[in-house]
Design a protein around this ligand. Sequence first.
Ligand code: ADP
Ligand code: ZN
Ligand code: ZN
Length: 741
Amino acid sequence: MTHWLCVLVQTPAHASLGSVLSYRSEALLAPGTLVRVPLGKRETLGVVWDGDSAQATGELDPGKIKAIAGALDGIAPLSTAWQQLIGFTAQYYQRSLGEVALAALPPQLRELSPEQMQRRLKRGKLAQAKAVIGTGEGPNGGPLAIPALTPEQTAVVAQINNHPGPFLLFGATGSGKTEVYLNSVQTLLAGDPEAQALVMVPEINLTPQLEARFKERFTPLYGEDAVVSLHSGMTNPQRLKSWLAAHSGSARIVLGTRMAVFASMPRLRLIVVDEEHDPSYKSSEGARYSARDLAVYRGKLEGAKVLLGSATPSLESWHHSRPALEGGRYLRLHMPSRIGTQPDAASARSEQERTRAAAGTPAGLPLVRRVDMNHQHRNAVFSIPLLEAIKERVLRGEQCMVFLNRRGYAPVLHCADCGWKSECPHCSAFRVFHKIDRTLRCHHCGFTERVPRACPTCGNPDIAPLGRGTERLEEHLAELLADVRRPNSISAEFPEGEPIRVARIDADTTRLKGELESQLAAVHAGDVDVLVGTQMIAKGHDFRRITLVAAVNPDGALFSSDFRAPERLFSLLMQATGRAGRDAKLGAGSEMWIQTFQPAHPLYAALKRHDYPAFATAQLLEREQASLPPFSAQALVRAEARTQEVAQAFLNAARAAANTDMALWEGWTDVLAQVTLYPAVPMSIQRVANIERAQMLIESPSRAALQRFLSGWQSVLHATRQGPEGKGLIRWAIDVDPLAI
Ligand code: ADP
Ligand code: ZN
Ligand code: ZN
């Protein structure tokens, strides 16, 4: 008998063809089944979809409907919950079902023929049969070393076990959050032989550390294959292998970056989102989803507990975790103390600790010091007291970390005679001077040239760098510390002692695979005295011997036009602070230095007290007064064209049509009344790679109204694209809950 199936396929964005197509099949296939279908001249991967929830394209002549090429036997259909997650994502983020569904599957699934797939599955089964089930013993045959939980951890774990969640674990850096994740996962797996847990981290380079900790804990209990990773740094065959293990249920724990939120896990019971505030959870291409928000949604859908964790939660999550009586939906859990410094150890507090407590520094957290740069030499990069403090630490054999959020040698090259600057010819931005290979590189389009010998406009040979990036900072610091010698380093080779070692870690020094690992290993091994870098080093890494962290020039974000800039700065500085004094023995003397021209700024004052709640309260009050998220919902439409006029005209035409055409639709006046569309403006970097970019902000006090509006406005945007105002437009896209405006 012939059955008619709806199948999701990946069609190019905005193609006239929808992403849900009709096919014939002799067998009745359940929604969620993976199939191969003919599409045009090729054959492609598709997912059978529920015909009621998706409309198949038009009223096609049944005689023209093609038959599917075959089903991927051996792979169970994707669950109803997974289909619902995809459906929700597509609808909420205003993208096609097919695009979202296919992007959520491992790329290799698209490439393999059914026969290749069969072989792959057979190999997986064999491996699984051979896999040794854990013995519960540690790596050396002894019992597993699992630390006894601290009182704070115990209290938090009890809450997690007794409440449905979602939870926001607000825990200082080094307070033992990861241990809480491990513990929660362990309890879950021990209580249900099929349960699965998903643990997400924001960045690929944080996965190896996490993976090591989870493998150490769980392979002895559940075998080699119980823990798998899923992130874009893996090869396609690796990704497919992890995906299949998760989908078949043989993997009990999936660790991954944002893409892992779509992992097919039939028995998902717990989702952990570590560093939940991190902007990397928001996708910046295709469907611009927030993996953190989808995790909460997915948890509800599948009855899985959701645990968000951070030392500096996003203001959204903080707001959602206000007391239930005030409307909070998450349960806030608090772990204020660093491991090794909890109140029960208070009797052992040193003199130093007591003075710090008097200065408002919580036990075990670094002392925050603000240096007023108004009192320093005008062009000083390092203030004298900071430099002295760095020297002192290095002489004691401790490590320091200096960070600056700008890579390269100098952000601009400049001619003092004629005013020439190193603009990128293709972007509205300057090209950055990289001294190491003497290039000018555009960080937006990648355009790279060798540094000219002389000013290209007036011939002046004396062109000079303006400002500084990490590369210049590293060079400068090495000069300033040139006469300092490493402690106990006198040898035949260095009769006066070894010079100190300054190293740099940023996107430029870690471009090649393995470089980041080897550079981090050098820091851990103590081969580096002072580490210079971008925010890359401020996040997550567990550096044991760093006792001083310095932000040399963080003020910029205080004056940014982006309302989220202070939130990001505060969290970055808090994270950076968390890198200092992680070894409890050294923790008591650790310091975070902030060089600033605004020493009295409330953000720095809150940072000094490590007082995230005070900072959050002040920010939320400002947001509420200005009706900004989380007190309103926002979306952006971005348009790209050869000229700025075309990009803006398209957006403004779609806006005008919303007010004229949509106002005539029955029942839409209410929705329109709750939504504000602002006029189109150029994006902050308005031209990249010769493409002009404009955006339009849409705002509503009601998320539901905004959603309704966008779903209706889609057709208006498509129509505008086809009309005269769409001429010359390259593309447009909607970003719901944008992170940067
Ligand atoms: P966070 O994730 O909050 O930064 P971690 O879980 O990484 O903190 O814990 C910080 C350090 O303290 C780690 O080295 C960890 O092994 C250790 N630790 C965590 N919990 C305990 C505990 N209950 N007893 C002893 N050490 C612990
Ligand atoms: Zn010149
Ligand atoms: Zn450029």
